[in-house]
Ligand binder design. Structure first.
Ligand SMILES: *Cc1c(COP(=O)(O)O)cnc(C)c1O
Length: 505
């Protein structure tokens, strides 16, 4: 069943399974479905539904060629017991008085209770289960999937945790050496599993991401790998198998607000989303198309504010300075998932999307037509925080609400404090994308605490000062043996993948 096709051409049609298995369309576009929004969830019934109920329903609609039994099995494996919270993604009330939010109450949607303490677990606990159910014919012939991923910090560990020892799969993760936090680096370098390779790259995240895209476009490499029984696939947020599970928590948040009496069915809410690759917030757009009453989606960026400039001017320009910030998972200049938003808000104009992407590749920038920008701005607003504002936000949230946030979440907090709520909005929900204990030094420093050189000592300082507890899987990293020490130059990554495929087969 062909429900998906490339953002750049309708010819490249694929069923949901094939879209999950391949990751990227053959022409370099992203898989999209024109059925998005044709079926909606009934908002009036959300309050009665658990996270897993919602996951089955939402994923069933978006991945129609998986059977209901398969989806149910994936949901149970991914969320039955892997998250340290009954709600999977619990909502906490902050209250009113957050800067420009005024009387409109703010809530935090905690997405970080999974095995690696960042929101990417929600999707990456699911993707391997979906992928394992794509390849009956292929795996009968002994074909093996090699996941190749570039990470700005959190994807890598969450992908490793999801794919370690997954049947029929191996995984290679590249991260920018020296540009992720100490905790993030240890999370990856201590990863266990017989099918994993982890490698530092001399360059920044965008360099690594571009190199990985070249690997996927390298037909000679693909040919050689196929001859030895390996096909490449992606775990980056461009894979529909990652996007779709993220749609669920927008509904789950609303269901919790209904149960708490914070909204009545149909009341409009706003979501503020710390975003880099535009994956997390795009999932919110999908939820809105599927009937969730969302007034606006607020894009929150760090100092790498390419998305803010795009929303202001209609011009996306990646030729700009790259800043390394305390929110490394949002230090991104090329926001891959934006391409899907361009597809939908151009009214499904593949030719236009292809032309914009060609312009981005060749000239480093593109400009969308004025009417399209107006449509985008009717749904998406946003702002950004510089490093001082991130620190001030962490401090303000602690002093005002007694709640500790990480630097990524702090970008969103800053945006909520700066932009007033749209008219009629009953609640504002800030997506919290990482545990503050993943970035203990930045958080301790923002709270004016003493900042020990060692991340783990710093976790203890933070715990003592705030009365919170570090997630066990982070605290115990200090004692785990380092298993991966590879480092490669940017132009060696293709060869590295080939060697890893041979070594792990
Ligand atoms: C990946 C990540 C983000 C950005 O998510 P996108 O899918 O790129 O929008 C924000 N915060 C944290 C902690 C992340 O790991």
């Amino acid at each position: 069943m062909a429900t998906y096709h490339s953002t750049r051409a309708r010819e490249h049609a694929a069923g949901a399974r094939e879209a999950v298995r391949r990751g990227l369309a053959p022409d370099g576009g992203l898989f999209v479905s024109d059925e998005l929004g044709s079926k909606k969830l009934d908002v009036a019934t959300l309050a009665d539904k658990s996270y897993t109920d919602l996951a089955r329903e939402v994923m069933g609609l978006l991945l129609p060629d998986y059977t209901a039994e398969e989806i149910a099995a994936c949901v149970d494996e991914a969320y039955g017991g892997t998250f340290a919270a009954d709600e999977v993604t619990p909502v906490r009330e902050l209250g009113s008085g957050l800067g420009a939010s005024g009387d409109t109450p703010s809530y935090v949607l905690e997405l970080f209770h999974g095995p690696t303490s960042a929101f990417k677990d929600v999707a990456l606990q699911m993707l391997p289960r979906l992928m394992a159910r794509t390849g009956d014919a292929a795996s009968a012939e002994g074909e093996r999937i090699m996941i190749v991923t570039a990470t700005s910090g959190d994807t890598g560990k969450a992908a490793l945790a999801g794919f370690a020892d997954a049947p029929g799969c191996a995984i290679t993760v590249f991260y920018p050496e020296g540009k992720v936090s100490r905790v993030q680096e240890l999370q990856m370098s201590t990863q266990e599993g017989a099918n994993v390779a982890v490698c530092g790259v001399r360059g920044n995240f965008d360099d690594a991401q571009s190199a990985v895209k070249r690997i996927f476009a390298d037909t000679a490499l693909a040919e050689r790998l196929r001859a030895s029984g390996t096909v490449l696939s992606s775990a980056n947020s461009i894979n529909v198998g990652r996007l779709v599970p993220q749609v669920v928590y927008y509904f789950a948040a609303y269901a919790q607000l209904l149960r708490a009496g914070a909204v009545e069915a149909g009341d409009e809410v706003e979501f503020c989303v710390p975003t880099g690759n535009f994956g997390d917030i795009l999932a919110g757009y999908y939820a809105r198309e599927m009937g969730l009453p969302v007034a606006r989606l607020l894009v929150a960026s760090d100092k790498n504010n390419v998305l803010f400039d795009f929303l202001e001017t209609g011009t996306y320009n990646r030729l700009r300075p790259f800043y390394t910030t305390t929110s490394p998972s949002m230090d991104i200049l090329v926001s891959s998932n934006l391409e899907r938003m361009l597809y939908y808000l151009s009214g499904g104009d593949c030719e236009l999307v292809a032309a914009l992407m060609a312009s981005l590749a060749e000239d480093g920038s593109y400009t969308v037509p004025a009417d399209m920008l107006a449509r985008i701005r009717a749904v998406f607003g946003g702002s950004w925080a510089d490093e001082d504002e991130v620190a001030a936000a962490i401090r303000d949230c602690w002093e005002r609400f007694g709640y500790v946030i990480d630097p990524h979440t702090a970008c969103g907090y800053h945006v909520l404090s700066e932009l007033p709520a749209a008219k009629g909005v009953r609640a504002r929900v800030l997506l919290s994308t990482a545990s503050p204990y993943k970035f203990p030094r930045a958080v301790a420093s923002a709270l004016d605490l003493e900042v020990p050189k060692d991340d783990f000592a710093c976790m203890e300082t933070l715990a003592a000062a705030t009365g919170t507890t570090p997630p066990a899987q982070l605290a115990e990293l200090a004692d785990k043996p380092v298993r991966h020490t590879d480092v490669a130059e940017i132009d060696e990554l293709g060869r590295y993948v080939e060697q890893a495929a041979a070594r792990l087969a």
